[in-house]
Design a protein around this ligand. Structure first.
Ligand code: NAG
Ligand code: NAG
Length: 206
């Protein structure tokens, strides 16, 4: 009696297992087929013509709405959070003119506007009202830089929820290997050019 119960159990297991295995694998198969089926019929969505480093780049969400053309945008952080920090790219300095051209790349966040912060030593290097740039801008000019001085320059992005964080003291420009980190800030040294001192002093005067 006992032995026949055991045999039945054995039979159940032996017969059931292959059946289970078959049903699992056929489920997998059906799933794969389903995915492919979903992918093929509608035309492939391409990415929108959006470059987060391009000057005067319209926000991706607006590109999607331009002519009803469907395209994909990179994901962004939530609009209810302040933007992630932009990445400060190339900074070109013209020491003779006390001028610098600054380029940055947008964060993967909704941004309303940008501005630049400039410190000389511990002091704000900017006097007067903050210059705001709209969310398409990726390039700006700095003026009034003084030869032989060093500055900390940061780019800040803001939206309704607040402003992107600025690291204390501008953070690091390079990692331990000397690779540029492209954070939101840069330490700038304006070279001293004797030939241009006169012009620089005139600028400083006003
Ligand atoms: C829609 O706009 C995109 C980019 O603005 C352009 O590449 C595309 O050709 C436009 N499509 C139509 C149907 O106008
Ligand atoms: C954003 O600013 C740039 C540069 O000042 C300007 O050319 C552009 O028209 C502005 N765009 C919007 C949407 O205001």
């Amino acid at each position: 009696m006992l032995s026949s119960t055991c045999f039945l159990k054995f039979l159940t297991v032996v017969l059931f297992l292959p059946c289970l295995a078959w049903s699992l694998s056929s489920d997998d198969y059906e799933e794969e087929e389903g995915e492919e089926g979903e992918k093929t019929p509608p035309p492939e969505l391409g990415f929108c013509d959006y470059d987060h480093c391009r000057h005067l780049q319209v926000p991706c969400k607006e590109l999607q709405g331009l002519n009803g053309s469907a395209c994909l945008c990179p994901g962004t952080s939530s609009p209810s959070q302040p933007p992630d920090p932009p990445r400060l790219g190339e900074v070109r300095i013209w020491p003779e003119e006390g001028r610098a051209a600054v380029h940055w790349c947008a964060p993967a966040s909704p941004v309303d506007e940008y501005w630049l912060e400039l410190w000389e030593g511990g002091d704000p290097g900017r006097t007067g009202p903050r210059v705001l740039f709209n969310n398409t801008v990726r390039r700006a000019e700095l003026e009034g830089l003084k030869p032989g001085r060093t500055y900390i320059l940061c780019v800040v992005a803001s939206n309704d929820a607040g402003a992107s964080p600025v690291p204390e003291g501008g953070g690091e420009d390079f990692d331990a290997d000397g690779t540029p980190l492209f954070g939101p800030c840069r330490h700038l040294s304006v070279p001293l050019r004797l030939r241009t001192l006169g012009a620089a002093y005139r600028k400083e005067g006003h």
